[in-house]
Design a protein around this ligand. Structure first.
Ligand code: GLN
Length: 244
C-alpha cells in the first residue's frame, strides 16, 4: 500500500486560523484514494530525523510564538529542516512558518529573529499589517494555478535570487505589498502567506503538493481524480468576489 508520512512541526505553537486543517485535507485526499497517511506532531524538545518523513507542514504564528521557538530551532531542528529542504522533501509552510524557513525576521518593534536559513529570503516587519482575502497565480511550473486565500501579517518578505515566488499577486498584498510576488518556491518547498483552509479551498494545489510527494517516493504513480465540486464552488466564489 502507498503511504506518506507527514511531519506536523510545532502543532501546539504554530496554528493560527486553524492552519492544521491543511493536514486534515491532505490526509483525507490521500485516504479517499486508498493511500495511507500517517501524521506525527513534532514540537519543542522532540527529536527530529528528517529521513522519517515525506511531507513537512509548518503553520503560522505570531511574533511572540516565533520568538519562543528560536532556541529549539538552534538546538538542532534548523539544521535538520535545512537538510530536508535540500534533500527535496516536500514542505508546506504558512505565514509565520514560511518566514521561519528564511534567514531572519526583524519585527516591527526592532527584535531580530535569526531563523532557519533554508530559503534565500528575509522578512522585515512594519507596524501596518497586511490583512484580507487575496488571490495569486502560480507560474507555469505549478500549472498556472490560481490560489485564493487569506493573509494577515506585518512582516514584509523579500526574495533572494535562489528562490522563485510561489505566485504573482492578482488581488491583495502578498509578500510585501510592493513587488507583486507572493510566497516562495524552492526545490519541493511551497511557502505562502495564505492562512486557514488554503488546501480545502484550493484542491488543485492540494493535489499538486501530494503529487510532488508521491512522485518523489513512488515514481510514475497516478493520482486518481476526486469529485471536487463543493471545493471548486468555494474556490470559484472567492475568485469571482476578488476579481469583482
Ligand atoms: N508574525 C508574523 C507577522 O505578523 C506572522 C504572522 C502570521 O503567521 N499570521 O508577519
Amino acid at each position: 500500500m502507498y503511504q506518506l508520512k507527514i511531519c506536523h512541526l510545532y502543532p501546539d505553537i504554530l496554528n493560527l486560523y486553524g492552519d492544521r486543517g491543511n493536514i486534515i485535507c491532505m490526509k483525507k485526499r490521500m485516504e479517499w484514494r486508498g493511500i495511507q497517511a500517517e501524521v506525527t506532531g513534532v514540537s519543542v524538545g522532540d527529536p527530529l530525523n528528517f529521513d522519517d518523513y515525506d511531507i513537512f507542514f509548518i503553520g503560522g504564528g505570531q511574533d511572540f510564538e516565533q520568538g519562543v521557538l528560536l532556541e529549539d530551532l538552534a538546538a538542532g531542528k534548523a539544521k535538520e529542516i535545512s537538510r530536508a529542504v535540500e534533500e527535496e522533501k516536500v514542505f508546506l509552510a504558512i505565514c509565520g512558518g514560511y518566514q521561519m524557513l528564511g534567514q531572519y525576521y526583524k519585527t516591527w518593534d526592532g527584535q531580530q529573529c535569526d531563523f532557519i536559513g533554508a530559503l534565500d529570503l528575509y522578512t522585515i516587519g512594519e507596524k501596518e499589517r497586511m490583512i484580507g482575502n487575496y488571490m495569486y497565480q502560480c507560474s507555469s511550473e505549478d500549472e498556472n494555478l490560481i490560489v485564493v486565500g487569506f493573509e494577515n501579517h506585518s512582516g514584509k518578505t523579500y526574495l533572494g535570487d535562489k528562490v522563485r515566488p510561489m505566485g504573482r499577486v492578482l488581488s491583495g498584498h502578498g509578500n510585501n505589498g510592493k513587488d507583486k510576488t507572493e510566497g516562495a518556491r524552492y526545490k519541493n518547498v511551497f511557502a505562502t502567506y495564505s492562512h486557514g483552509p488554503l488546501l480545502p479551498k484550493n484542491p488543485k494545489l492540494a493535489d499538486l503538493i501530494l503529487k510532488t510527494a508521491l512522485m518523489r517516493k513512488y515514481p510514475g504513480i497516478h493520482l486518481s481524480a476526486l469529485n471536487d465540486s463543493f471545493e471548486e464552488q468555494a474556490h470559484n466564489y472567492m475568485q469571482e468576489r476578488l476579481h469583482g
